[in-house]
Design a protein around this ligand. Sequence first.
Ligand SMILES: Cc1cc2nc3c(=O)[nH]c(=O)nc-3n(C[C@H](O)[C@H](O)[C@H](O)COP(=O)(O)OP(=O)(O)OC[C@H]3O[C@@H](n4cnc5c(N)ncnc54)[C@H](O)[C@@H]3O)c2cc1C
Length: 387
Amino acid sequence: MPPSSNKCCLVARTRVPENLPEHIQSLVELADRFALETLQPLSAAVDAGTRTADDARRAAIAASKEAGIFRMTQPPEFGGTAAGPLAIVAVRETLASHNPRWLSDMFGPGPGILANSEEPIRSDYLLPTMDGEKLAGFGFTEARDAPHYTRAKREGETLVVNGQKSYVTRGTEVDFINVLADIEDEGRAFIIIDSNAPGVSKERVFGTIDGSEHAAFKFDNVRVPQTHMMGVPGEGMRKAMRQIGNTRLTMAAESAGLIRFVIQFVDAHIRRVEAKAGVNDTTRLRYGELRIQAYAARSTVYRAAHLADSGANVVNESIAAKAFASETLGRTVDTAIQIVGGGALMNNHPLATLYRQARSLRVAEGLTDVLNANIARGALDLNMGTL
Ligand SMILES: Cc1cc2nc3c(=O)[nH]c(=O)nc-3n(C[C@H](O)[C@H](O)[C@H](O)COP(=O)(O)OP(=O)(O)OC[C@H]3O[C@@H](n4cnc5c(N)ncnc54)[C@H](O)[C@@H]3O)c2cc1C
């Protein structure tokens, strides 16, 4: 086989961003148009004060449904199109490359912890969540000073829950929380707890540097029917890890897209400065380094997505993609601020906002140190993970 055709076939098998299957390439073009023609004007209207942020966010979600983006993350049984991991990564990465408001809201919630639930949970929680009528919280992280892990005791047909969860995102808005708890003497399981149930209190509401809001919850003899336990005791941690694992690839895609946004921002800045006064060699070197990092991060994310699309177990590859892309985003924004200068540190400057967002992406769904330890464990103890 001549070397050139060999090269062609290797490229064709690798789902790098330049060589996506036709239907995914169409989705990428759709996402680009959606960001430019829908999200940017809505965002500009908020900045100009002609629309409230909430009204514009609702309009963006409605437009995402109309465009077919919202339902990509939902299974067909709930009216979704269940686009595969590669399509979801490609669309999310493309949208993120425009650094839009409301990125996460553009994708519909998946069944998550409630997957395969039966009646009455299906009608009371799963279906309203999929329709966007109810909002679920994720109760995983424990309060540091908690006297014991959140626990539940069986009493007849009831579970009695006591404990604390310290970091529930959108805690002031959630209708219910999927709480990971120790079922006494049996193992961990998720329990659905309504946020306004007797015995549930919000101990603290706090914002984080990325602009998101969270709440710490306390459960004091909260009584829920046993039907609110998802699956059997002992399965809870595995369910939690699966849920977190699925989210990692989307966070990797978001990081890769934001890296692209930063590169475009720096590129435009350097060209402007160059036209006026010329750019020094250090800036050029820094910019070159940024582009190499961006190339590596995007390649890593698309490779993991391609593997996921082929049905492979990508626990380790998703971890690698999330850790590498979020860390690269952190370094990229830091260098971009160095290149642009003090103006980039002003509040509301896109790079200042991204600096805070990047720091958060390096913690949420797994601190990089913890992910590194997991990768080592996967390789050394379980013989898992590709290079
Ligand atoms: C934006 C955002 C949203 C979040 N949303 C939610 C939510 O909705 N629900 C929820 O339950 N939680 C949520 N969290 C919490 C998040 O899951 C935890 O902050 C994260 O898992 C880290 O846990 P921790 O804060 O307890 O830190 P720890 O795990 O205690 O880590 C602290 C330090 O110990 C080191 N460390 C810990 N373990 C290891 C190890 N095995 N090897 C090496 N070093 C280690 C870390 O590097 C770090 O320096 C959110 C966090 C953020 C930032």
